[in-house]
Design a protein. Sequence first.
Length: 236
Amino acid sequence: MKVCIVGASGKLGRYMVQHALDRGYEVVGVCRERSVGKLDPFKGRITIFPGATNNREVVRQAVAGCDGVLTVLVPWGVQQYSTGTAQAVLDSARPEARLIFSCGWHITLDGRDVYSRGFRALVKVFGWFARFARFADLDDQVEACRRVFASRTRWTVVRGSDLEEGESEGLPVWSRHIGDPILQSNKTRRVDFALFMVEALVNDELVHEAPAIVGRRTPSARAHAADSGGSLQPLA
């Protein structure tokens, strides 16, 4: 399998590169030119296309011939960076390619997510401050995902909980809706977020899903397993 990782130089991107290489995949990466050095540990094992991830020509060249594309949607700045990145991937990838996008819990697919007051307040305050400081725009990520959801591609949007570093705990568990008890712990190892992204490439059950994930060893995941007789199957 040949995969492209758009946003390969970030922490999540580098974990995805490693997971993909561990599976024997041919890996292509897109990252800003000034960040290419972060990928030096993979020198000689991956092909790098330097450039902004919303640069349509760079993305077009990078995804050519790829069976899957893993895209980190980062809402940097106030120039629709995430939207431009998502649209470039949607327009350039092969029609049959698996497209996996990362985002946060604030994204909703069907409007049935249930958010706590604290979470809604945090998103509102952070979103306002980020736009005021002009370093990020959460609405940009919302629009990017809206375009993904509306596309006819074989997409999956993985919604990550709060992230932490640490050794892998295994493949995260997931639910379709924020507010489900299994997600209550709101914590996932970043290395495992990347693992879920890479695993989604070959899991057709996740096509046209927006799974919200949580670490499989978190208290809420363990409680769900106990209540369901040891099963860690996703919730409907």
